[in-house]
Each structure stands twice: as structure tokens, then as C-alpha cells.
Design a protein around this ligand. Structure first.
Ligand code: B1M
Length: 211
């Protein structure tokens, strides 16, 4: 296995230049981009999360780490598998209203993009109306991310609005994010839940195959 120590140190320090350098070093060593994300950077973000929880790190420092990770993910995105010519389906994705966490959502969007889906990324703090607009524009899948327990209920609100407006049968709704579970997805009548980005792609394929 590759040595991710220097990469993880740079990410934990929020050192953007250092992180990009380490990414390039690992690429030069032949390490696959997806491994750099999954084995290297996600492990470091877990350390950041743990230090944030125990008060060893504060919001500004965590934000620096998040910005550095997003930059590195942007750097790796073009190196992932080529985009197939025909698209498998259209996905509208966003982090729900009130929630600004975007690293996980960005990873899901990127995995979907390189797996052949047309991805409309609405960003963070996305209102139920904005998700609905995406459906009106032909998305077959609505993908919502939440990292805060306080913003999870917005997902249920989106599903209820879809039901009320008679749009529920037109789309599949998938949800994810660290505080979620399959039980929560069932409770809000989402079509699917995945704990990670790769699983979210598999879920889309399964749901569209069964549609
Ligand atoms: Co925030 N934050 N944060 N934060 N932050 C958490 C989530 C927290 C657990 C930290 C803690 O206390 N231990 C805690 C939430 C507690 C709770 O709700 N019970 C928390 C808090 C409290 C807050 C603030 C309220 C802090 C404050 O201001 N006092 C504030 C809220 C701001 C807001 O959103 N309104 C806040 C702010 C921030 C920063 C801005 C500093 C920064 C975000 C920057 C950014 O995203 N650009 C930040 C960060 C970075 C974190 C932690 C440390 C890391 C999150 C992360 O990016 N993980 C986080 C601690 C933690 O999660 N352990 C924490 C890496 C990422 C790859 O994982 O997003 O889980 P994740 O995504 C995974 C899966 O969940 C899944 O796939 C991804 C990878 O495979 N997934 C999906 C995600 N979305 C999916 C969608 C799918 C399927 C799978 O289908 C649609």
C-alpha cells in the first residue's frame, strides 16, 4: 500500500500547496486517483472530524482542511475514468437547506459524473424549491446530502412536497451523509440510502434499472 503519511499531514494542516504536491507525488508513483481519495484523504478527514469533536480543532482550521480537500479532489477529477458518450440518466444533487458541508456531496457528484450520469450540482444550502426545479428540468434522480442532524428533516420535506405536487412517481430520491441511516431513508420514504459515494452510484443504476 502507498504511504499516505505526508499527504494526510498536509491535509490535516490545511496546507493546500503541500497537499497538491503530495497528490502529484503519489500520482507519479502510480497510485490510482480513487485510492488517493479513499485511502489517503478520507482517512485524514476522519482525523479532522475526531479532533473537531474533541475541541482540538476549530471551525476556521477545519474549513482550511475542507478547502484543501476540495481543491485536491478537483485536481483528481479529470484523471478518473473517462465519461462515456451516452449518458445513463440525469441527476440533480445538492446539500440541503441550512447545510454548508459539501465535501461528501462533491465526491458523490464526481463519482456519478465519471460513471456516466449527467449531474446538475446545485451546491449547498439548497431549498426544496430548487430541487423541485431540477425535476421539472428532467432529472430522473434527486440526490440529497446532509451532514447535520438539524438539516436532515429538509429531506423529508422535499419528499412530501414531491408527493403533494403529484411529482413523486417521476423521480427516484436518494439520500446520504454521515448522520443518516437506511432507517431514516425509509422513514422519509426515500427510494434509497447509501453510506458512501461508490454506493450512491450503484444505487442510481439499480433504481433506474427497476424504474
Ligand atoms: Co461541520 N459538523 N459544522 N464543518 N463538520 C460535522 C458534520 C460534525 C459531525 C462535527 C462534530 O461535531 N463532530 C458536526 C455535526 C453534528 C450534528 O449535526 N450532530 C458539525 C457541526 C456542528 C458544524 C457547525 C454547526 C459548527 C459550528 O459552526 N459551530 C457548522 C455548520 C455549518 C452549516 O453547515 N450550516 C459546521 C461547519 C463546518 C465547516 C464549514 C468548518 C466544514 C465544512 C466545509 C465544507 O464542507 N466545505 C465542516 C467539516 C469539514 C466537518 C467535518 C469535520 C467533516 C465533514 C466531511 O467533509 N467529511 C464533520 C465531522 C464528521 O463528519 N466526522 C463535521 C468527509 C466527507 C468525505 O465525508 O461528508 O460524510 P461525508 O461524505 C461521505 C458519506 O457521508 C457519503 O459519501 C461521502 C464519501 O463517501 N455521502 C453520501 C455524503 N453525502 C451523500 C449523499 C448520497 C450518498 C452518500 O446520496 C445522495
Amino acid at each position: 500500500m502507498a504511504d499516505y503519511t505526508a499527504l494526510q499531514e498536509a491535509l490535516i494542516e490545511g496546507d493546500e500547496d503541500g497537499l497538491l504536491e503530495e497528490v502529484d507525488t503519489l500520482l507519479d508513483q502510480g497510485v490510482a486517483p480513487v485510492e488517493i481519495i479513499a485511502q489517503g484523504m478520507m482517512g485524514a478527514m476522519e482525523v479532522v472530524g475526531a479532533r473537531f469533536s474533541t475541541g482540538e480543532m476549530f471551525v476556521p482550521e477545519v474549513l482550511m482542511c475542507a478547502n484543501a480537500m476540495n481543491l485536491a479532489v478537483d485536481r483528481l477529477h479529470p484523471l478518473l475514468e473517462g465519461v462515456p458518450v451516452s449518458r445513463k440518466g440525469k441527476v440533480v444533487i445538492g446539500t440541503v437547506k441550512g447545510d454548508l458541508h459539501d465535501i461528501g456531496k462533491n465526491l458523490v457528484a464526481m463519482f456519478m459524473d465519471v460513471s456516466g450520469y449527467e449531474v446538475v450540482d446545485l451546491g449547498t444550502d439548497v431549498s426544496p424549491d430548487a430541487f423541485l426545479q431540477g425535476i421539472q428540468e428532467g432529472a430522473q434522480i434527486v440526490a440529497m446530502s446532509a451532514l447535520l442532524t438539524t438539516t436532515m428533516p429538509v429531506m423529508g420535506q422535499v419528499v412530501r412536497t414531491l408527493e403533494e405536487q403529484g411529482l413523486r412517481d417521476r423521480v427516484k430520491v436518494i439520500v446520504g451523509g454521515a448522520p443518516l441511516s437506511q432507517g431514516f431513508a425509509d422513514e422519509i420514504r426515500a427510494d434509497g440510502y447509501s453510506k458512501d459515494a461508490a454506493g450512491a452510484v450503484r444505487l442510481c443504476a439499480e433504481l433506474l434499472a427497476g424504474a
